[in-house]
Design a protein around this ligand. Sequence first.
Ligand code: AHM
Ligand code: MG
Length: 325
Amino acid sequence: MITQAMTLDRYLWQQQKAFNIPVELSILISQIGYTAKILTREISRAALVGQLGLVGDKNATGDAQKKLDVFSNQTIIEAFSDTGLVAALASEELEMAKFMDCRNHTPYVLCIDPLDGSSNIDSSGALGTIFGVYQRKTYNGCCSVEQDILRSGTEMVAAGYILYGTSTVLVCTCGHGVNGFTLDTSLGEFLLSHLNLQCPSESKYYSANLSYAQEWQPHIQKLIVHLNQQHTSLRYSGALVADVHRSLIEGGVYLYPSTPDYPDGKLRLLYECAPLAFIVEQAGGMAITETKRVLELQPLSIHQRSPLIIGSKATLTLYEQMLQA
Ligand code: AHM
Ligand code: MG
């Protein structure tokens, strides 16, 4: 029997006191937890209520939008409307930034991929949500995209992801370590299940879409050859969150490199790569593009893409040595 259950809210309250974290940031993360409960419910019953399949439109980055993508995005918007927490929102599902609240005291900017791994929806595979939070800079009228949203990851004040898998797990950091919470559906509460997550230094697994391997840079191919020689097991789920979570728990590396046709890869910097980089670095791992630290990239547009290599430190260090050789 669990007698000392640490709910997400209790943990956020303790973090707030221990590290002087603003109460608004705690409430923002708690509110993300609330949206994760709604999404857990809707994802699990989607096939029963006609919520699988496409809407018929494309999203801001040209991907076909699924019904659950649209629902997830709408859930996030509704969860933060009129809360006085989020001044502006950048979402994978919105072409432009959404200015939620222009009042001067509204403190945060939220960058979010509401439903990551959309190709897994119709086959009941793993899905995720990824988010990064920035302190708003402008306090005169509505936010400015350049000043408030297009920020390097080093300025992030909090980040997290939710994995909708065999259970729903919320992993987050406010810059003081990484903790994971598992949804107890009978209580409707996230309970602390992964205290002070540390990414193992060595990779037990690697995750990449190898159908593009011929098009990758020679040093990436060299790393793959090395991983195969070491019998590092291949695990690729089609959901970045699930693969990064496995790497964090078991030790591993996830790669989505550049190709000649896609020199910036596929993944989006602001709401996919940077938040995960912040979390993995906080847990002792590393995240690079192919040549640079992800957190130091300066975004030039909301939906900017970036190559990503993320996970266990020893593997990324070896890759960097291969790059310099
Ligand atoms: P999405 O946000 O449209 O779902 O795209 C991101 C996803 C990642 O979760 C996943 O690792 C990758 O795209 C899979 O892409 P591919 O099918 O090219 O391997
Ligand atoms: Mg995504």
